[in-house]
Design a protein around this ligand. Structure first.
Ligand code: ADP
Ligand code: 3PG
Ligand code: MG
Length: 401
């Protein structure tokens, strides 16, 4: 059983230096010139922070940012995250430049109730990714209660979400992980039917497992984006110069074969739009799938595909979507993708969205639509890992069996 935040007695006097909660978040957000470009993951950490503050706790927050490989890189400092937290919470945030220095531990130990201390990027120490127990033990001296709420990192075992837990008797998951599991695990395992899975985008290799895992679970799987090109290629269709993944053609063929014996229906694009030779600032063609020629580049799903896909979506009770239907960052190739967004928003389905580019495509089309979806996942790799049918190891080790 996973221990949830609301089962922890924050008032207990047994903690050795007060109610100091050490929380692992995933503040791995895009930052350019010290400016946060997308604060979604930070915003999603706020309910856990507020919950703990309301219990009269003292908070020490830790995270990684980027991949500094054990080196200090000032471009990957968490200072902008601290400033953003201060702005959202309207309170000062203490900051330590070294996550395990004696000074940093002293700041944590002298916090007053309701104060927050943010530690610098954990990955400035190579020991973090090496899951080093000594480093984890040092980190653990920041708090007396441990909470993991870094959903985006749960597919990895690092010192701050793995070795560290051996140092705590009171440990559990935060509100974000609780919510992510509710939607990505509970809702999709016992979905309201019909369940439709929409898979697209370019990272085909990391998504093919999801399709396999949902054969027999989903009623329909709608495939778009460069992912669809790999499937069309596997069926012997000409995809011209379109992006596809050669090493995954065999997997795609197997999936289509398996689908014939399954209750799940896999749908591929009937038509597409695109340009000649390269992806350029002009839409050159709208053609049926079997009319594509050698010098053409497929860039979006066409109107017949939109009609088929939106009619399936409108009858669905649960929709999971990961991966854009086309090169939606180019406005002239975002039409098909935008129609899919419209259709999910106007359906009465429980809608669950994952994937950085998929979320950006919604933001670029109409930011106010973000609140129209039932759940938008903060996990990139973690979400794909879970929906590919795997356990999330950092959550599994917190599970008291
Ligand atoms: P997510 O970040 O939502 O998981 P991906 O990273 O897998 O999605 O894919 C998004 C990317 O896929 C976008 O950059 C988009 O340009 C690209 N893409 C989608 N369809 C095509 C296509 N037909 N040809 C080339 N690139 C495509
Ligand atoms: C993510 O952004 O997916 C997580 O923060 C994990 O980052 P990583 O892939 O660098 O481990
Ligand atoms: Mg992406």
């Amino acid at each position: 059983m996973l221990r949830k935040l609301n089962t922890i007695d924050f008032q207990s006097s047994k903690y050795n230096f007060g109610r100091t909660v050490l929380i692992r978040f995933d503040f791995n957000v895009p930052i350019e010139n010290e400016k946060i470009l997308d604060d979604f993951r930070i915003q999603q950490s706020i309910p856990t922070i507020k919950f703990c503050l309301e219990q009269g706790a003292k908070l020490v927050l830790m995270s990684h940012l980027g991949r500094p490989n054990g080196n200090v890189d000032k471009n990957l400092s968490l200072i902008p995250v601290g400033e953003k937290l201060a702005e959202i919470l309207e309170m000062p945030i203490k900051f330590s430049h070294d996550c395990i220095s004696d000074d940093a531990i002293e700041v944590s130990r002298s916090l007053k109730d309701g104060e927050i201390h943010l530690l610098e990027n954990l990955r400035f120490y190579k020991e973090e990714e090496l899951n080093d127990p000594k480093f984890a033990s040092k980190l653990s001296s920041h708090g007396s209660i441990y909470i993991n709420d870094a959903f985006g990192l749960t597919h990895r075992l690092h010192a701050s979400n793995s070795s560290i837990i051996d140092n705590f008797s009171v440990k559990g998951i935060g509100l974000l992980i609780e919510k992510e599991l509710q939607y990505l695990s509970d809702s999709l395992k016992n979905p309201q039917k019909p369940l439709t899975l929409i898979i697209g985008g370019a990272k085909i290799g990391t998504k093919i497992d999801i399709i396999n895992n949902f054969l027999d679970i989903a009623d329909n799987i709608l495939i778009g984006g460069a992912m669809a090109n790999t499937f069309l290629f596997s069926k012997g269709k000409n995809i011209g110069k379109s992006l596809f993944e050669k090493e995954k053609v065999k997997n795609a063929r197997e999936i289509l074969e398996n689908a014939k014996k399954s209750k799940t229906k896999i749908h591929l694009p009937l038509d597409s739009t695109g340009s000649m030779n390269n992806l350029i600032n002009k839409k050159d063609f709208t053609l049926k799938t079997n009319q594509i020629e050698d010098d053409m580049v497929i860039a979006d799903i066409g109107p017949e595909t939109v009609e088929l896909y939106t009619s399936i979506i409108s009858k669905s009770k649960t929709v999971f979507w990961n991966g854009t239907m086309g090169v939606s960052e180019m406005s002239h190739f975002s039409e098909g993708n935008n129609k899919i967004i419209d259709s999910i928003v106007s359906s009465n389905s429980e809608s669950i969205i994952g994937g950085g580019d998929t979320i950006s495509s919604i933001t670029n089309y109409n930011k106010s639509f973000l609140s129209e979806f039932s759940h938008i996942s903060t996990g990139g790799g973690a979400t794909l890992h879970l929906l590919g049918g795997n356990k999330l190891p950092a959550i599994d080790i917190l599970d008291i069996k």
